[in-house]
Design a protein around this ligand. Structure first.
Ligand code: IMP
Ligand code: MG
Length: 188
Protein backbone atom coordinates (compact mmCIF):
# COMPACT_ATOMS: atom_id res chain seq x y z
CA UNK A 1 0.00 0.00 0.00
CA UNK A 2 1.31 3.46 -0.81
CA UNK A 3 1.49 6.21 1.79
CA UNK A 4 -0.54 9.33 1.10
CA UNK A 5 1.95 12.12 0.57
CA UNK A 6 -0.28 14.61 2.39
CA UNK A 7 -0.97 12.42 5.41
CA UNK A 8 0.89 14.82 7.71
CA UNK A 9 -1.23 17.85 6.78
CA UNK A 10 -3.34 18.55 9.84
CA UNK A 11 -5.13 21.65 8.62
CA UNK A 12 -5.89 23.35 5.33
CA UNK A 13 -5.13 26.99 6.08
CA UNK A 14 -5.96 28.38 2.62
CA UNK A 15 -8.00 26.20 0.24
CA UNK A 16 -7.21 26.00 -3.45
CA UNK A 17 -10.27 28.07 -4.45
CA UNK A 18 -9.38 30.88 -2.05
CA UNK A 19 -5.84 31.01 -3.44
CA UNK A 20 -7.18 31.14 -7.00
CA UNK A 21 -9.57 34.02 -6.19
CA UNK A 22 -6.94 36.04 -4.35
CA UNK A 23 -4.24 35.51 -6.98
CA UNK A 24 -6.66 36.59 -9.73
CA UNK A 25 -7.42 39.79 -7.80
CA UNK A 26 -3.72 40.39 -7.22
CA UNK A 27 -3.08 40.03 -10.94
CA UNK A 28 -5.55 42.85 -11.60
CA UNK A 29 -4.10 44.97 -8.80
CA UNK A 30 -0.51 44.56 -9.98
CA UNK A 31 -1.49 45.17 -13.61
CA UNK A 32 -3.14 48.45 -12.65
CA UNK A 33 -0.02 49.52 -10.75
CA UNK A 34 2.22 48.92 -13.78
CA UNK A 35 -0.19 50.13 -16.45
CA UNK A 36 2.26 52.33 -18.30
CA UNK A 37 5.33 50.22 -17.90
CA UNK A 38 6.68 46.83 -18.91
CA UNK A 39 7.79 45.48 -15.54
CA UNK A 40 10.30 42.74 -14.95
CA UNK A 41 8.85 40.20 -12.53
CA UNK A 42 11.58 38.50 -10.52
CA UNK A 43 10.49 35.25 -8.90
CA UNK A 44 12.42 33.92 -5.92
CA UNK A 45 13.02 30.22 -6.52
CA UNK A 46 11.67 27.85 -5.66
CA UNK A 47 8.88 28.91 -3.32
CA UNK A 48 7.31 31.50 -5.61
CA UNK A 49 7.22 29.35 -8.76
CA UNK A 50 3.57 28.30 -8.57
CA UNK A 51 2.38 31.72 -7.40
CA UNK A 52 4.32 33.51 -10.14
CA UNK A 53 2.96 31.17 -12.83
CA UNK A 54 -0.64 31.83 -11.75
CA UNK A 55 -0.15 35.55 -11.08
CA UNK A 56 1.16 36.38 -14.56
CA UNK A 57 -1.79 34.60 -16.17
CA UNK A 58 -3.99 37.20 -14.53
CA UNK A 59 -1.92 40.14 -15.68
CA UNK A 60 -3.15 41.96 -18.75
CA UNK A 61 -0.09 44.09 -19.47
CA UNK A 62 3.21 43.39 -21.24
CA UNK A 63 5.78 42.07 -18.79
CA UNK A 64 8.98 40.07 -18.60
CA UNK A 65 9.89 37.27 -16.20
CA UNK A 66 13.16 36.32 -14.59
CA UNK A 67 14.18 34.25 -11.57
CA UNK A 68 16.69 34.32 -8.76
CA UNK A 69 17.62 31.76 -6.17
CA UNK A 70 19.18 32.24 -2.77
CA UNK A 71 20.72 29.87 -0.30
CA UNK A 72 18.96 31.42 2.63
CA UNK A 73 20.24 32.06 6.09
CA UNK A 74 17.70 29.69 7.40
CA UNK A 75 17.84 26.14 8.36
CA UNK A 76 14.09 26.25 8.11
CA UNK A 77 13.43 23.04 9.92
CA UNK A 78 15.07 24.43 13.01
CA UNK A 79 13.98 28.02 12.38
CA UNK A 80 17.46 29.24 13.12
CA UNK A 81 18.74 32.35 11.44
CA UNK A 82 22.36 33.27 11.00
CA UNK A 83 21.60 36.36 8.91
CA UNK A 84 23.62 35.17 5.94
CA UNK A 85 22.22 34.77 2.44
CA UNK A 86 23.90 34.06 -0.87
CA UNK A 87 22.64 34.34 -4.44
CA UNK A 88 22.95 30.93 -6.08
CA UNK A 89 21.17 31.88 -9.33
CA UNK A 90 21.29 35.45 -10.51
CA UNK A 91 19.15 37.31 -13.02
CA UNK A 92 19.67 36.98 -16.76
CA UNK A 93 18.41 40.56 -17.23
CA UNK A 94 20.02 43.92 -16.53
CA UNK A 95 17.56 45.82 -14.35
CA UNK A 96 19.04 49.31 -14.48
CA UNK A 97 16.22 51.73 -15.30
CA UNK A 98 13.56 49.00 -15.16
CA UNK A 99 10.44 48.71 -13.04
CA UNK A 100 11.02 45.55 -11.03
CA UNK A 101 8.54 43.46 -9.06
CA UNK A 102 10.11 40.97 -6.68
CA UNK A 103 7.74 38.01 -6.29
CA UNK A 104 8.03 35.84 -3.15
CA UNK A 105 6.02 32.95 -1.77
CA UNK A 106 6.31 33.94 1.89
CA UNK A 107 7.89 36.69 3.97
CA UNK A 108 8.73 35.38 7.41
CA UNK A 109 11.65 37.05 9.22
CA UNK A 110 12.09 39.27 6.16
CA UNK A 111 15.79 38.48 5.95
CA UNK A 112 15.67 36.80 2.55
CA UNK A 113 13.73 39.51 0.73
CA UNK A 114 15.53 42.20 2.73
CA UNK A 115 18.78 40.88 1.35
CA UNK A 116 17.41 40.56 -2.18
CA UNK A 117 15.92 44.06 -2.19
CA UNK A 118 19.28 45.52 -1.14
CA UNK A 119 21.07 43.56 -3.80
CA UNK A 120 18.62 44.58 -6.52
CA UNK A 121 18.47 48.24 -5.44
CA UNK A 122 22.23 48.47 -5.88
CA UNK A 123 21.71 47.76 -9.59
CA UNK A 124 19.70 50.97 -9.92
CA UNK A 125 16.31 49.88 -11.21
CA UNK A 126 13.83 52.68 -11.85
CA UNK A 127 11.60 51.22 -9.16
CA UNK A 128 11.41 48.07 -7.12
CA UNK A 129 8.40 46.71 -5.31
CA UNK A 130 7.68 43.54 -3.38
CA UNK A 131 4.81 41.14 -3.95
CA UNK A 132 4.33 38.16 -1.66
CA UNK A 133 1.59 35.57 -1.52
CA UNK A 134 1.97 35.04 2.22
CA UNK A 135 3.01 37.40 4.99
CA UNK A 136 3.86 35.95 8.41
CA UNK A 137 4.45 39.17 10.39
CA UNK A 138 4.81 37.52 13.82
CA UNK A 139 8.44 36.61 13.23
CA UNK A 140 9.60 39.71 11.35
CA UNK A 141 13.17 40.80 12.07
CA UNK A 142 13.92 42.88 8.98
CA UNK A 143 11.19 45.40 8.14
CA UNK A 144 10.42 45.16 4.43
CA UNK A 145 7.87 47.20 2.48
CA UNK A 146 5.26 44.82 1.05
CA UNK A 147 3.45 46.52 -1.83
CA UNK A 148 1.22 43.56 -2.74
CA UNK A 149 0.22 40.85 -0.26
CA UNK A 150 -1.97 37.83 -0.79
CA UNK A 151 -2.69 36.67 2.74
CA UNK A 152 -1.48 37.42 6.24
CA UNK A 153 -1.02 34.16 8.12
CA UNK A 154 -0.37 33.26 11.77
CA UNK A 155 2.93 31.94 13.05
CA UNK A 156 2.61 28.39 11.76
CA UNK A 157 4.91 26.45 9.44
CA UNK A 158 2.97 26.02 6.21
CA UNK A 159 3.55 24.03 3.04
CA UNK A 160 2.02 23.72 -0.39
CA UNK A 161 1.47 25.89 -3.47
CA UNK A 162 5.24 26.11 -3.90
CA UNK A 163 6.31 26.07 -0.26
CA UNK A 164 8.24 23.09 1.03
CA UNK A 165 9.32 21.26 4.11
CA UNK A 166 12.61 19.49 3.38
CA UNK A 167 11.93 19.90 -0.36
CA UNK A 168 8.58 18.11 -0.23
CA UNK A 169 4.93 19.23 -0.43
CA UNK A 170 5.46 22.03 -2.99
CA UNK A 171 2.91 20.37 -5.27
CA UNK A 172 -0.01 20.52 -2.84
CA UNK A 173 -2.64 22.76 -4.47
CA UNK A 174 -3.53 24.39 -1.13
CA UNK A 175 -1.64 25.97 1.79
CA UNK A 176 -1.61 23.56 4.71
CA UNK A 177 -0.12 23.15 8.15
CA UNK A 178 2.15 20.19 8.75
CA UNK A 179 1.73 18.20 11.92
CA UNK A 180 4.21 18.93 14.67
CA UNK A 181 4.96 15.25 14.60
CA UNK A 182 6.22 15.56 11.03
CA UNK A 183 8.22 18.73 11.52
CA UNK A 184 9.01 19.10 15.19
CA UNK A 185 7.38 22.53 14.73
CA UNK A 186 3.93 23.99 15.40
CA UNK A 187 3.90 22.52 18.87
CA UNK A 188 1.68 24.78 20.86
P1 IMP B 1 12.47 34.77 5.70
O1 IMP B 1 12.49 34.31 7.12
O2 IMP B 1 11.47 35.87 5.49
O3 IMP B 1 13.83 35.15 5.22
O4 IMP B 1 11.97 33.56 4.84
C1 IMP B 1 12.96 32.71 4.32
C2 IMP B 1 12.42 31.55 3.59
O5 IMP B 1 12.02 30.60 4.56
C3 IMP B 1 11.22 31.78 2.72
O6 IMP B 1 11.53 32.24 1.45
C4 IMP B 1 10.69 30.35 2.66
O7 IMP B 1 11.43 29.62 1.72
C5 IMP B 1 11.02 29.82 4.05
N1 IMP B 1 9.86 29.85 4.94
C6 IMP B 1 9.56 30.71 5.93
N2 IMP B 1 8.43 30.37 6.54
C7 IMP B 1 8.00 29.24 5.93
C8 IMP B 1 6.85 28.38 6.09
O8 IMP B 1 5.96 28.57 6.94
N3 IMP B 1 6.79 27.32 5.25
C9 IMP B 1 7.71 27.06 4.29
N4 IMP B 1 8.79 27.82 4.09
C10 IMP B 1 8.92 28.91 4.91
MG1 MG C 1 11.97 25.99 1.83
Amino acid sequence: MTTRFDQHITEVLIPQEAIARRVAAMGEEVSAAFENSCPLLVGVLKGSALFMADLVRHMKIPLEMDFMAVASYADQEQRVSSGAARITKDLDNVIEGRDVLLVEGIVDTGMTVGYLLRSLEARQPRSIRLCTLLDKPARRIVQVPIAFRGFEIPDRFVVGYGLDFRRLYRNLPYIGVLSGEATGLNRS
